[in-house]
Design a protein around this ligand. Structure first.
Ligand code: NJP
Length: 231
């Protein structure tokens, strides 16, 4: 199709897989992240646009939407995927690390939705897809800060779905378990993650599935895990 999508965190991991799959489906993809070189590479491969931006910055979020509209003249899909995670006991978390997680995972989602909504409302159409986490709905040791940020991101999107009811706008949220990416300073393809983690493409296919729902259907939530994961 000729749909236009913004994908945050498109420089690597899940976001890169989503950008690649949407481009294969014929969408024009606006790739957003901070790492310029990786982002340009993804944008070239997907024949899309790279915008170097920090999702936690309101001006950057506004600029991403404005540039998308000025280049393509439309915006159909907004994927709030950019996220960071680090894990420790509560007493070992710094306040800075707490803020960093909330800035990217929660405020980043809020700011991009805020920037996109006036346009989506005007056209009475559009699909916001959030990449949250299975830990948006359960707690775990070493996960106070990350888990709290993912619960909060879930709450933002869940409430937003209610706010836009009746206005033609869909909000879908994906809740993955473990995924083999660069997350938390890991490296994809490490031997200890073989068979125990989802692949980024698995999450991208979940995104495609919610996007392909018929016009009268919104898939509110989709949770997926590796078969071996205990949670
Ligand atoms: O992680 P990674 P994932 N502004 O590290 C970008 C969730 N999740 O793909 O800015 C803009 O490979 C960063 O780009 P850069 C997770 O919470 C994961 O696994 O260049 N972009 C990179 O492209 C997150 O919401 C697992 O550094 C920013 C991307 O985000 C989403 O999946 C499990 C940014 C991160 O790529 C994608 O994470 C789960 C900023 N300020 C949920 N900060 C899992 N991997 O196990 C970061 O349940 N980015």
């Amino acid at each position: 199709t000729n749909q236009v999508a913004i994908v945050t965190g498109a420089s690597r991991g899940i976001g890169r897989a989503i950008a690649t799959l949407l481009a294969l489906q014929g969408a024009k993809v606006v790739c957003v992240a901070r790492s310029e070189d990786e982002l340009i590479e993804v944008a070239q491969k997907t024949n899309g646009l790279a915008i170097v931006a920090n999702v936690a910055d309101e001006q950057d979020a506004q600029l991403v939407v404005a540039e998308t509209l000025s280049l393509y003249g439309r915006l159909d899909i907004v994927v709030c995927n950019a996220g960071v995670g680090s894990f420790n006991l509560l007493e070992n978390f710094s306040a800075e690390e707490w803020d960093r997680m909330f800035d990217v995972n929660v405020k980043g989602t809020f700011l991009l939705c805020k920037a996109a909504l006036p346009h989506l409302k005007e056209q009475q159409r559009g699909h916001i897809v959030g990449i949250a986490s299975d830990v948006s709905k359960r707690t775990f040791v070493h996960g106070t800060a990350y888990g709290a940020s993912k619960y909060a991101q879930h709450a933002v999107l869940d409430a937003l779905r209610k706010e836009v009811r009746g206005q033609g706008i869909k909000v879908s949220v994906i809740y993955p378990g473990l995924v083999d990416t660069y997350f938390n300073e890991s490296k994809p393809g490490a031997p200890d993650k073989q068979g125990t983690h989802l692949q980024p493409l698995d999450v991208a296919q979940a995104v495609r599935y919610v996007l392909e729902a018929p016009a009268h259907v919104v898939i509110d939530e989709l949770m997926l895990h590796p078969l071996t994961q205990e949670w």
